[in-house]
Design a protein around this ligand. Sequence first.
Ligand code: SF4
Length: 451
Amino acid sequence: MALETTQTEEPAVTSGRAVFIETYGCQMNEADTELMHGLLRKQGYFVAESADDADVVLLNTCAVRERAEERIYGRLGWLKSMKEARPGLVLGVTGCMAERLREGLLERAPYVDLVIGPDAYRRLPDLLGRAQVEQDALIDVRLDREETYADAELDRVPGISGWLTVQRGCDKFCTFCIVPFVRGRERSLPPEEVVAQAQAMAAEGFREVTLLGQTVSSYYERGHDFADLLTRVHAVEGLARIRFTSPYPNDFSNRLLDTLASLPRLGRHLHLPVQSGSTRILRDMRRGYTADAYYDLIDRTRARLPGWALTTDIIVGYPGETDEDFEATMELVRRVRFDAAFMFRYSEREGTLAARKRPDDVPDDVKRERLQAVIALQESISKARNEAMVGQDVEVLVAGTGRRNPEQMFGRSSCFRTTILPLGPYQPGDVVPARVVASTSHTLFAEPHTP
Ligand code: SF4
């Protein structure tokens, strides 16, 4: 039997225990792992090098696609044998899959000790203490409309680039998406807190901050919208570059686009998830825009933000998608000529409106064919767009030494392209002006300007 937990009493004695958190899924989860590390450190935990060295192993999970969940079950099966060999080991599942499956997760993996949703991380130290003595698994999956973890101290992984979660949850309820059910309703951090965290990150040596939110451009708190927030974060000294993900197309008023244009340290890259080129499918998905409105947004963006990279997300094989609907998506990809795209087959998620009301009726082989076709089209466009960058000037934020070739450095251009530089008198964290001399579909090669 699993115990539903509602307690927030003082944590049990836990000091000196080693925790290892494996993170799956998106950047929000990576940031949540840093949050959990911070909360646990305050209670005397330290981070283990690997699961083998840990007293507590947590899998911080993703539920967006079925394949992600199957992978996590595979990993749990492996950890089960580790737990059999070390009975004191506490094994927990946190994040979106924990929230989605709840007790159901324990039916398939009864050896799991803890199931913890994304709004229950403050109670994690207490739950871990109790898990040492309780026989039964503990479940805490209450969603909390107020929880932003605004005052929590994160243990960010040191580096050049770091995440800053400014908004949690989502209110959009697109029919195919599980996120509003597993992450709860949208809420934003106060702008003063965002600025304070950005300042702290700059002081810790981060050169690039990425503001995170499920629909980050819908940020709104105490009269401050996303344009205000960006302006305030942009004023933080010491940051070379500011990015944000993932925005929502409907939020891009001309005012917001003009604000982006006015802030030179913003990364010159905008991710505008379209999902489909068919207005009929977009309506069914409840995305809130038509294909024509999206084309209009692209035109307004290119007029105001020349040279910015545009990327997108696309789903093929959504229920009822006909050949004509799919051709509309292909036509949109051909016309917009995105710099890159994340493309997926539709995967039914139990509990969503699409799963309840729309039969998953596009045959799997058709989904596969459509996915291959749109990937091939986008790859050729990405390659051509990268080729067109040859001869252009870019500013590369250097991240480190080449993984394959120690004679090279790598980093990202402002327009978010991985860029290789020869070794030179620059360090990770430097912004190096350079000229692109060669390209592949995913990488630029650049030579620094001589002073
Ligand atoms: S905007 Fe739609 S697709 Fe994005 S997280 Fe919210 S519900 Fe999911």
